[in-house]
Structure formats: structure tokens, C-alpha cells
Design a binder for this molecule. Sequence first.
Ligand code: GLN
Length: 315
Amino acid sequence: MSPQEPPSDLQEIVEEIHAALAPSFGAGTVADYIPQLAHVDPKRFGLAVATLDGAVHAAGDAAEPFSIQSISKAFLLTLALGRLGESLWTHVGREPSGSAFNSIVQLEAEHGRPRNPFINAGAIVVTDLVLAGHSPREAIGEILRFVRFLADDDTIAIDAEVARSELATGDRNYALAHFMRSFGRLEHEVDKVLGVYFHHCAIAMSCRQMARAGLFLAGGGRSPITGHSVVSPARARRINAVMLTCGHYDASGDFAYRVGLPGKSGVGGGILAIAPGHASIAVWSPGLDANGNSLLGARALEMLARRTGWSVFGA
Ligand code: GLN
């Protein structure tokens, strides 16, 4: 995909969005069901836009690492598709669930096969697949190395406190995993699968690092930073399609309507959004809306999409 000229005033746009939202910093509710996440300052806000020419335009706390939580599911899906190819889809669907990210409600009627890889149940199944042939420690290492490779940054690390905190309070995810295992959907023991799952959710990245890591999805599978072809152009399009339809759980339709770009959110308050052919965007604001998506993060992306004209639905 040939890079499109970014708007010449992109840095100004990013700074204006930061300034326009500043009076609202702290809006929304910080996730506290993972106790360690509740320690973050709710007024933090970072925005970084990485364009296909390799530049990064940023404002606010864009260099401060935060817990990526479910955004890891987008990187995990990429890794798993590389391993299994299209046969991945025999284990997990690719339909929006219309249910909360941690819902168990569809699993019984659908014989333990999760709707998509971005709800917790689906990501737990994908984690089980990535675990095949590895010890949990090796699998965690492989996922972390993959994210470091994507961002071309070996300083990216896992916040062990966050992983421990989620392990100690992860009853809901244990319930999902045991239920799926009862349907024969998980090959490995629940403890092992969730140990890996909690650790990839606990990867900490800054907006700058995340925007760079997502750039291959904007560049037709190739990262202009590393020059490496990460996935084929067709696979990049498909990952973007799943992000658009499922990346914000039961608010995916609303995000598509308002922002018009594929996006993946996490309860740490981050969102990774992709403007194919243009840019990879990371935003962080810890306060969440009722669906568990960053309240100001979505607002910032809405403003950015309007100002740049970036949309997957036409000009
Ligand atoms: N680790 C979190 C959980 O499993 C991820 C959820 C999220 O970011 N939506 O609950």
C-alpha cells in the first residue's frame, strides 16, 4: 500500500484535540475490578498518531506506559493467525457478540465456542491455541517478543503487579475458561491458559509505542518502521475487519458510527485505531464508559477522524 500524504497540520490537530479535551480529563470511571488498575491517575491523557512515513505526532502523556489489557487481543490474534492460518476460525467465531466483554451468556447455547477473538472468552481460546507446544512462560515470552518486534522497541515490558492483581480477582475469567473447557474447547489446564492470558493483558505500553506497533495494520501488513512484512495485505484487511466489527464489544456499532475506523479498546483506558493507508493511532484516558471503553479516548478519535477525514467508509 503506498503511503498517503498525512495532513501537514497533523501535529497541530493532535495538540488541539488534547487541549479541547483537557477540561474533561478525569471523566468516566476507572476500572477497579482489577484492583491494580484503580491506582492510575484518572486525569492522564495521551494521544499518538504514527503515520506511514514513519513520523509520530503526539500530545499529553503519550510517552507514559499504561496497561494495554484487551488491546493485547489484537496482537494475539495476529500471532495466532500466523500460527494456524484460517483454521483458527474453527475454534472461535468472527461475529460481533452484542454482549459485554466478559459475558458468559452466549457460551451455553453456542456449545462453548466464543463469538469472536476480542471478547474475553474468545481471547482465552486464542491464548490456549498460542500455548500449544510451549510452557506458559515461553508463550508469554513469545507474545511479548512479538509486540516488541512490532513496535521495534525492546523496552516494552509486562507489569507483573497488574498480572498478579488480575489473577487474584479473575473469578469471571475462571468461570468462562472452566465453562469452555467443559465443552472441550480448551486443550490446556485453565490455570495455565489464564496465567498466559493475564500476562499478555498486563503488557504496559505508551501511546507512542502502541501507535508504532499497530502501524503494520495501516500499511497493508508491512511496517514502515522495521521494513518487515508482518502479515499479507489480505490478512491485515481481515484483522481490521474484526477490529471494526468486534473491537469495542457491544459498543462496536457505536464506535464505527462515530469514528469510522477499526479499533480495539482495553479496560486500561487505551484504544488502538487504524486508518488504513494513513496511520495507526493510540489514545489513552483511563476513565471508561458503561461498556468498558475509554470515554475520552473515543471522543478524541471522533475528533481526529473528523479533522483528518480518515474513515473506512469513504471520504
Ligand atoms: N484483562 C481484562 C479482563 O479479562 C481485559 C478486559 C478488557 O480490557 N476489556 O477482564
